[in-house]
Write a protein that binds this ligand. Structure first.
Ligand code: GLU
Length: 176
């Protein structure tokens, strides 16, 4: 049972996201991460395996902040509980960044389809196919791309997604 947190506003997002993740620690997790849109306009990702204090150490060594972002505590179902497999995950152009709770039951079919179109995957997770799908469909509004991608996915899930090209919003989706 992972946890998902998102923040959009005028305050610094990272402390708020970390505090939200701490409140969800009781649910259990094996790794954690967050993504925020940094002052440079890029989506910055920080992740760590193990406890939230490891993520806090990563951020202390490589600081980041911004005014909107998403965070996640992961309970691995597909892929080992490594830093690489920790959420958030991105699409190939690193435009879309997302966190996911649940399982993409048809992820292998989708992964093979995307690979045949030239997509290269960086992780062992089922989640990464969603990031690739959303980015493939993104042509303007993030919510339109998410609606298209979600129609392709089977399983029970919750998602929170941000995009560099459609800033200042978090799109959330849930099935089941
Ligand atoms: N299936 C996803 C993964 O293994 C999400 C797991 C979760 O709900 O934390 O990364």
């Amino acid at each position: 049972m992972c946890g998902i947190v998102g923040y959009v506003g005028n305050r610094k997002a990272v402390p708020i996201i970390l505090e939200g993740l701490k409140r969800l620690e009781y649910r259990g997790y094996d790794s954690a991460g967050l993504a925020v849109r940094g002052d440079n306009g890029e989506l910055e990702i920080r992740r760590a395996s193990g406890k939230l204090r490891n993520l806090e150490d990563v951020i202390r060594l490589n600081p980041v902040d911004g005014t909107f972002g998403i965070g996640h505590t992961r309970w691995a179902t597909h892929g080992r509980p490594t830093e690489e497999n920790a959420h958030p995950h991105t699409g190939p152009k690193r435009d879309v960044v997302l966190v996911h709770n649940g399982i993409v039951e048809n992820y292998l079919t989708l992964r093979h389809e995307l690979e045949s179109e030239g997509h290269k995957f960086r992780t062992e997770t089922d989640t990464e196919v969603i990031a690739h799908l959303v980015e493939k469909y993104l042509d303007g509004k993030l919510e339109d791309a998410v609606r298209k991608a979600v129609k392709r996915i089977s399983g029970v899930f919750a998602l929170a997604i941000i995009a560099k090209s459609d800033p200042g919003k978090i799109v959330a989706a849930r099935n089941g």
